[in-house]
Design a protein around this ligand. Structure first.
Ligand code: GDP
Length: 176
């Protein structure tokens, strides 16, 4: 095999209001599963998954989920310290969840590594046809202003989930 093949590893953290679908996005990405009745407080410390960018390059994500801690207290900065990338999730049916996402993004911009790659994910887009509460353009405009990656996703029907992680992988410093 090629001696120049690279596998680089990056720490990725999930942030966002409780019940927006953070764990569900991880479950979809890592195991290609979805569970309507998931017990959201049960979260593994971290999971890993790889994304192949090309024949030479594989990105391995070490994914840290909050395991529901965001419900009880603000998360310790230790959680996102040393993170190379963050997915900040809101629920497209819940406008206040976008406000919460914005406050997490501010905190990351103040306290995380200045080179962190941040993606904003508007999850539950499968419900948007009947229950949309956040116009896509509003979130997209905010993401552009803040120089964030942005996609609307559905952990339920898989929309844009692998695309989200691939988009992040392409923004990471692969010459480390
Ligand atoms: P977390 O607290 O942010 O980790 O959220 P969970 O992953 O536990 O999800 C909260 C609830 O939303 C669960 O009942 C999930 O089944 C549901 N859910 C998560 N993602 C989606 C999605 O993309 N579409 C729909 N319709 N429901 C979702």
């Amino acid at each position: 095999m090629s001696g120049s093949a690279k596998q680089l590893q990056f720490k990725l953290v999930l942030l966002g209001e409780s019940a927006v679908g953070k764990s569900s996005l991880v479950l979809r990405f890592v195991k290609d599963q979805f569970d309507d009745y998931r017990e959201s407080t049960i979260g593994a410390a971290f999971l890993t998954q790889t994304v192949k960018l090309d024949d030479q390059t594989t990105v391995k994500f070490e994914i840290w989920d909050t395991a529901g801690q965001e419900r009880y207290k603000s998360l310790a900065p230790m959680y996102y310290r040393n993170a190379h990338c963050a997915v900040v999730v809101y629920d497209v049916t819940q406008p206040q969840s976008l406000e919460k996402a914005k406050s997490w993004i501010k905190e990351l911009q103040r306290q995380a590594d200045p080179n962190i790659v941040i993606a904003l994910a508007g999850n539950k887009v499968d419900l948007a046809a009947t229950r949309r509460g956040v116009p896509k353009e509003d979130a997209q405009r905010y993401a552009e202003e803040e120089k964030l990656l942005f996609l609307e996703t559905s952990a339920k029907d898989s929309s844009n989930v692998s695309e989200l992680f691939t988009m992040i992988a392409r923004k990471l410093p692969l010459e480390q």
